[in-house]
Design a protein around this ligand. Sequence first.
Ligand SMILES: NC(=O)c1ccc[n+]([C@@H]2O[C@H](COP(=O)([O-])OP(=O)(O)OC[C@H]3O[C@@H](n4cnc5c(N)ncnc54)[C@H](OP(=O)(O)O)[C@@H]3O)[C@@H](O)[C@H]2O)c1
Length: 331
Amino acid sequence: MNKVILLKNRPEGKPSLKDFEFTEEEKPQPKDGEILLKTKYVSVDPYLRGRMRDEKSYIAPFEVGKPLESGIIAEVVESKNKNFNKGEYVNGMLPWKQFQTSNGTGLNKVDGEKAPLKAYLGILGLTGITAYLGLKKIGKPEKGETLLVSAAAGAVGSIVGQIGKIKGCHVVGIAGSEEKIDRIQEKFGFDAAINYKTTSNMKKAIAEACPDGVDVYFDNVGGEILDAALANMNKYSRVINCGAISLYNEIKTPTGPRVESTLIKNSILMQGFTVRDFVKDFGPAQRRLAQWMEEDKLNYLETVVEGFENIPQAFIDLFEGKNKGKMIVVV
Ligand SMILES: NC(=O)c1ccc[n+]([C@@H]2O[C@H](COP(=O)([O-])OP(=O)(O)OC[C@H]3O[C@@H](n4cnc5c(N)ncnc54)[C@H](OP(=O)(O)O)[C@@H]3O)[C@@H](O)[C@H]2O)c1
C-alpha cells in the first residue's frame, strides 16, 4: 500500500496535526510513457500555510480531502518513459505520497554527484534562488551598505546574510533564539544579530546594531518587526517583502502603522515578490550559488526530520522556529 497525506480541514490560526489526514491507497503502476517515483526528500515551507486558505493567491489553494504538495526529490524506481532511467533522481512540485506515477511534466533531473540531493530543495533550489534574486533584483545592495535580514537563521535568511557579506555589506540578522543569533554570527559571518524574542524595543535594538541606518531590509516575517525596521530605513533604502510568516496564522490581519509618510520622507522602495516572477533568471542564479559554494563563500544549514509520517509536524514546527536553515523531511 501507498501512504498519502491529505488536507483534512482548513486550519483556523496555527495549523495542528488534526488538520491532516493520513491515508493509504493502492501503490500505483506506471503506464506506457510514465515513471514510478519513490519520494526521498520533502521540502516543508511557510508559504504552504497560505495554500491551506480558500482564497485567491499567486498559486491555487489546496483542496480539502486531496493530498498536499511541495517540492520533492524522488527516485525513479521504474521507467516506461524514454526520457527517464531507473535510478535517476528528479525534483518537482509533487503530492505528499510515498510513491506516485508521472509522465515527467514539470520534473527536473538532479545529479547527486554534483551536490547532495537535499541541496536542490535548499541552497540550490527555490530557497537559494529566492534569497539571491530577491536581494539582487530588488535590494541591489552596494558595498559598505547595511543589510538587515529577518528570520536570519532560516533557509532563505541565512543565505541572504551570507550574500550580503560577499557583497561587502554590514549585515545584521534578526532571529528567535540565542543559539540562532550565535550561529549566524559564527558560522555565517553576520556582523551583529538581535534576538527578537528577548528584545523589548526592536526599533532601538535595530538602531544600535545598524549605527549608519538600514539601506536594505530583506523581510521574511512582516508584522511588528517590519514596523521596527521601517523606522530605521535610510534615504533611498529598499525593503524586500519576501515573506510575512508572523501573519500567516492570523485569523484577522492586525493593522500596523500607516507606512506612506515614512516611505515618502525617505524615498524608500518597498516591493513584494514571488520567486517565480524571476523564472528566466533561475539558471544563472543557481550557477552563481553553486560557484560560491565551490569557492567556500556560501555555507548552509539544514534541519532534517526523518519519516514520511512526520511531514505535517515538520511543517508546523516552522512556526515555532524549530528549524535552523532549511527544514527537510527524509523519507
Ligand atoms: N517570496 C517568495 O517567493 C518566497 C520564497 C520562499 C520563502 N518565502 C518566505 O520567506 C520566509 C522564510 O522562508 P523559509 O523557507 O526560509 O523559512 P525559514 O526561515 O527556514 O523558517 C521559518 C522561520 O520563521 C521564523 N518565524 C516563525 N514564526 C515567526 C514569527 N511569528 N515572527 C518572526 N519570525 C517567525 C522562525 O525562526 P525564528 O526562530 O527566528 O523565529 C522559523 O524558523 C517565509 O515568510 C516564506 O513564506 C518567500
